[in-house]
Every structure is written in structure tokens, then in C-alpha cells.
Write a protein that binds this ligand. Sequence first.
Ligand code: URA
Length: 231
Amino acid sequence: MRRLDQLLASLGYCSRREARDFLKKHAVTLRGQPVRDPSAKTAPADVLVDGEPLDHPDGLLLLMNKPLGLVCSHDEREGPRIYDLLPERWRARNPQVTSIGRLDKDTSGLILLTDQTELVHKYTSPKHKVPKLYRATTDRDLPSDLVPLFAAGTLVLDGETAPCAPATLRLFPADPRTAELTLIEGKYHQVRRMFAATGATVLTLERVQFGRFTLGDLAPGQFRHALAEEI
Ligand code: URA
């Protein structure tokens, strides 16, 4: 059981200070009874706000197709943010909705967002080796010997001492400037730096898979809730 004002504040309906006012302005019920007392103790499932159950009281896990040009930082000085695409109430949640790992401003594709800190850990911990699949296009034809080079686990990136973990590269003979690369780690700008180490520049980069989650037909800027069977 939690205090109603805490519950409403954590789910982004209002701040704790605004809760009394919120309860005056909205029809909030606890097990069907109107409530005006912000300190009332309740289970989330017993609350209705204007006739509606609470908005995902057990937490959010979202899949977003990140458009190019948006940053995964919360700092608005860094430019337009992926968070600006979310409904205001989700942006006001506490714990805050945050991305699970990051994509560069110039990378598009699948990014997971959650307000559940244990999920951030679960999917980003190196221990879990969650595979991430990227599709890249490059400024030059990619030779087939990059496949064993990336698979060997010996490639050391500029400025690093430890080599990259073995990575799976798929090339497309009919389209020699396109590749799919699967990584089980996430060093800074890793895909771009791996190709740069071989002399190729990545021109476009999109993430299409993250663990069991796939981008599917989500359009850029769209998001959806994760399904139970994907988690
Ligand atoms: N590798 C990169 O270079 N950029 C990303 O956004 C993700 C992986």
C-alpha cells in the first residue's frame, strides 16, 4: 500500500505538492469511493482517475524507432531528445523514463525506454551479453575478410586497450556497401569505430534488433509497449 499522493506523483499525474488540488479537480476513487485525502493508503489497482485505471502503474517498457537527429540524453542543451516524443505524463514519471543504452544522434532504429532501473541493468550489463543487430552502409565496398576479422575478438579500437568481443558480420555480395553487424557489447560509437579501424566510413546506421526485441514495422518516431512474450 502506498500513499495516494506518492502514487500519483510517481506516475506523473501531478507533483506531491499538487496532489490535493489534483484530487479536487479530478474524480479520483478508491475502490469506488471518491477520495480527497492525499495521504490515503492504497493499492494501484484500486484507483480510478476520471473513471480510468492508473496509467501502467507497474512500470513502462517501450520500444521506440529513434529518428535521426534526436539525442538519447535528458539534457535539452544537447538538442531535440527522444523523450520529447513521449506523452507529457510519462515524461513526468519518477523514477524517470530513460533509455536502455544509447544510440548516437546520427543513428536511427530500435531503442528501449523504461522507468524500471532493474531492466536497465538487466539489458545493459556486460554479463548478460545481449546481442544488438545494426545495419550499416559504408563509403566503400566491404571485403569478405572483415567477417573473420570481426569474429576473431582481436580488433582493438583507437584509444582502447581491450579488444572488441567477437562480433558477427554479415555481408551482402549484391550490395557490397551494406552490412549487418551483431555486437554483444556497447563501446562508445562502436560500430562506426570498428568499420573505421578497417578504413571504411559508416554513412548510415540503424539498429534493427536488441535481444529479442525487433524494430518490426514501427515508423521513425513511433513507440509501442513491449509484449510480455518479448521480455
Ligand atoms: N555504434 C555506433 O557507432 N553508434 C551507435 O549509435 C550504436 C552503436
